[in-house]
Structures are given as structure tokens and as C-alpha cells.
Design a protein around this ligand. Sequence first.
Ligand SMILES: [Fe+2]
Length: 249
Amino acid sequence: MEEYDRREFIKTSVPGFLGVLLSLPTLCALATRANACQGRLPAGEPLHWEAFLEAVAREAAKQHLDNWVQEDYLEKISALTRNLYLEDPVIAAAMTKVSERLKKGWVDFHDLEKRVDFAVCLLQFDVEETINPHNHPGMTGMILCASGEIHTKNYDVYKSIEDLTIDGKHTGKCLLHQSSDVLMKKGDVSTLTSKARNIHTLKARQVTQLIDIFTPPYNKERQENSLWYELDERPVAGSKNIYEAVLKS
Ligand SMILES: [Fe+2]
């Protein structure tokens, strides 16, 4: 094994030292992120954007494991999102952007982060604005109400179009079971999995901002496989929460 004296060590370190100096800002950012990921932020402190993203990423990566439990995952990312520092510059800038759009009459969404495993999005609704019932094929979803008030309803397929026949014939209709009906206020969370509550509809009572996380995120295939429904206003006779629905093209 070769031996190095102190002088040689210092000599060979100088160019490297200059390189380290140049890399310091990046190293500091990475170190901060790593510290946050190790849970070294003081307990109860809100999570800054980068720390939040890394914590969600660590949980979302588990979706590839055989023993991934979607409900447990949603519980964890709900807690992380509830603890997200909403005044963080990244979120504050997005909030300002969607608010400016709202003043111009453009109500839409703003992608905060899109990765292979998950996507975080900021949505803003105007008063009475509605998203009609739709499903999320193979996806989990978590929605946090950041401000305002919004009415959400979730459904499960009770009888699919293939299952629902009358006199042996398909009717082109299906039956949906309403599994939740909630008025969300600031701090409230709504979740859906690929197996439960996967269909939902939203209608804002006030100007409302939502932060949502979909895992995995929408891609071309999931977008194309999404189904949109039109439900009867009243439940079917003899039921309080089963609704007849047709698919919208
Ligand atoms: Fe949705």
C-alpha cells in the first residue's frame, strides 16, 4: 500500500478543494434534503417543499413492492401533506399563479411535481365549479383542501355494465354505490384507491384550492382508460346509496 505524507495530501487536495467550493450550494441543498429525509426536522415542524417531496417519493417507491398497502400509503402521504408548509416559495408561487388565472376567468390546475411514481398538483375551483364523476384506473389519489370549501362524493362500481342485464340484455347502464359524501374544508383530506372509492365528483362551494397526489400519476394510457359517468339524481328504488349511471363519451 502506498504512503502519502501530509504535504502531498494538501497538494493533491487543492484542485479538488476548488471543485468542492463550486459544488457547495448543491451539496448544501442535498444535505438539507437528506437531513429532512432522515426525519431530522424538529418534530411538529412543517415540511418544506423539498423535504416533503423526498418523503412522499420514499413512500411512493413502495408501490412496486408486492406487499404495498394502498390505504396505509394514503394515510402516510395524507399526514405528510397536512404537515406541508403551504407558505413555501414553490407553493406560494403556484397559488399566486392560479389566483391570477382565476381573476382572468381561467380556472385550471398547476403541476407542482411530476415523477415516474407520483404527481403533485394544485387545483383551483371557482364557486360552483364542478368536476363530473370519473374514475382513476389503477391509481390511488389523495386530495387535501388547502383553502375554501368543496363537496366531494365517492363511488364504487356496484354492478358494471357487463354485469347489469335486464331479461338477459345489457342496458348500457351500470350501478354505482356511493361510499362517501363529504363537505371538505381547509385541512380536510379525501382519498381513493384503485379498489375503493375510485370514482369521485367534486363541486366547490367557495373558491377552493386543492393539493392532490396521484400514485402512479396519469399517463397516456391511464388518461385514455378513464371513464366519466352521468348519474341519476336519485338513488334506485328501495336504496339510499345505489345510483344508476351511464358512461359519457
Ligand atoms: Fe379525479
